[in-house]
Design a protein around this ligand. Structure first.
Ligand code: HEM
Length: 202
């Protein structure tokens, strides 16, 4: 797959547009899962988040990921998710990490999905607070904004994605993002048992 640095739109724009159907699919799955209908349902969502965040944070060990994103220590929500599970008195799921073989540049696509999800999380946090009485200090830490705020932390990540060094590997980053969406979707299916109730899921 040959690419040139001048042919494409910025990577962040391509990611947004070329993974839009997968984002839409997350909405459909969340609709089916009804994660905010009770604290027990919500605990399943936190289990998904925990397992996904562990997969993503594993990638922080890759020196090429560290070189591309300089503020990794501020990112990731595995610890928050685990604390939420404890708040909810729900078990912490044990599963092997699925990103053992993933490296940059694909790893940056995984990180894109994780970091982008902090934007939509603002809406989910509001809903969890209204419906279940949880907040960013108890039960819903995994949906909280980073200390600096969602927009600022996101903009810095987008700038890292759009660095000239990544211009020639855009397709590989996008492939990583597609894989990450696939993983999150698969976790929703398994944690909520969706295939048992949705025989015609797209
Ligand atoms: C019902 C659940 C969800 C809702 C309501 C939602 C909502 C949103 C909204 C409103 C934005 C745009 C925010 C902005 O531009 O300021 C957004 C962005 C994003 N969301 Fe979601 N989201 C949901 C689930 C997810 C999930 C499960 C993931 C990933 C696993 C995800 C990944 C992303 C990404 C990567 C972006 C950034 C898109 C971009 O600008 O490049 N979302 N979401």
């Amino acid at each position: 797959m040959s690419e040139t640095s001048t042919r494409h739109a910025p990577l962040s724009q391509r990611l947004k547009h070329e993974t839009a159907p997968q984002h839409e699919q997350m909405h459909h799955l969340m609709e089916k899962a009804q994660p905010f209908s009770s604290r027990a349902q919500y605990a399943k969502f936190v289990a998904v988040q925990y397992l996904f965040q562990r997969d993503v944070e594993h990638l922080f060990d890759d020196p090429a990921v560290q070189a591309a994103v300089s503020d990794l220590s501020e990112r990731g929500r595995a610890t928050d998710s685990q604390a939420d599970l404890n708040d909810l008195q729900a078990p912490v799921p044990q599963e092997p990490i699925v990103t053992q073989g993933v490296r940059a540049p694909e790893a940056l696509g995984w990180l894109y999905v994780s970091e982008g999800s902090t934007l939509g999380a603002a809406f989910l946090l509001k809903e969890v607070n209204e419906k279940l009485g949880l907040n960013s200090e108890f039960g819903a830490r995994n949906l909280a904004a980073y200390p600096e705020g969602r927009a600022k932390t996101w903009k810095r990540f987008v700038a890292a994605l759009d660095a000239p060094e990544l211009a020639d590997v855009q397709d590989r980053v996008i492939a990583g993002a597609l894989a990450a969406y696939g993983r999150f979707g698969q976790l929703l299916y398994t944690q909520f048992g969706l295939d048992q109730v949705t025989s015609s899921a797209a």
